[in-house]
Design a protein around this ligand. Structure first.
Ligand code: AMP
Length: 189
């Protein structure tokens, strides 16, 4: 199986690039942010809970997120592999994912980390807010909080995969095609 963690701060291009990777490698795309948003739309219990964190730019608690992710993976027994987009976002999530994949007799192949500097992220998120309709893209304070949470809780997850020699840094500045080609090259390496 080819299991990719597509990593990066909010606005790095994870969603856009995931679309390219699924097309090429036939993977299942699991975006925890998208799944939470679908639950909010469907007004489920999980959606109500997730919304209370997402609107403030905070992380949804690990236990809730991990349980949701596990059931999504189990829903795709025929998958050739997965792209995990926006997950894991804490070291606890990364450890839980490793343990769970081991139970499923598979593992993460590689973490591809899109690197984009902070001012560029803020510009991209402000632009995205005009079309995404996402509350958490529209408010500068919430954006700042999401970047803060990324730097403090999420960025350390790189070290988790670095320690397993699975970490690959990708320059996230350039055209969409240029960045896609960098990702393809890293996967085929
Ligand atoms: P995203 O679409 O990846 O930018 O995620 C939007 C929001 O969903 C985040 O700001 C968090 O509130 C929540 N979220 C998404 N993925 C996770 C995760 N792995 N752990 C905790 N919260 C998450």
């Amino acid at each position: 199986m080819l299991n990719i963690v597509l990593f990066g701060p909010p606005g790095a291009g994870k969603g856009t690039q995931s679309e390219r990777l699924i097309g090429k490698y036939g993977l299942i795309h699991l975006s925890t942010g998208d799944i939470f948003r679908a639950n909010i739309k469907g007004e489920t219990e999980l959606g109500v809970l997730a919304k209370s964190y997402m609107d403030k730019g905070q992380l949804v608690p690990d236990e809730v997120t991990i349980n949701m992710l596990r059931s999504e993976v189990l829903n795709h027994p025929e998958a050739k592999g997965f792209i995990f987009d926006g997950f894991p976002r804490t070291n606890a999530q990364a450890s839980a994912l490793d343990a769970f994949l081991e139970e499923q007799k598979t593992a993460i192949t590689v973490m591809l980390a899109l690197e984009v500097e902070e001012n560029e992220l803020k510009t991209r998120l402000a632009k995205r807010a005009e079309i995404s309709g996402r509350i958490d893209d529209a408010n500068p304070e919430v954006i700042a909080n999401r970047i803060h949470v990324y730097n403090n809780e999420t960025a350390p997850v790189k070290d988790f995969y670095q320690a397993q020699n699975k970490f690959v840094s990708i320059n996230g500045i350039g055209t969409i095609d240029e960045i896609t080609n960098r990702l393809f090259a890293a996967i085929n390496n």
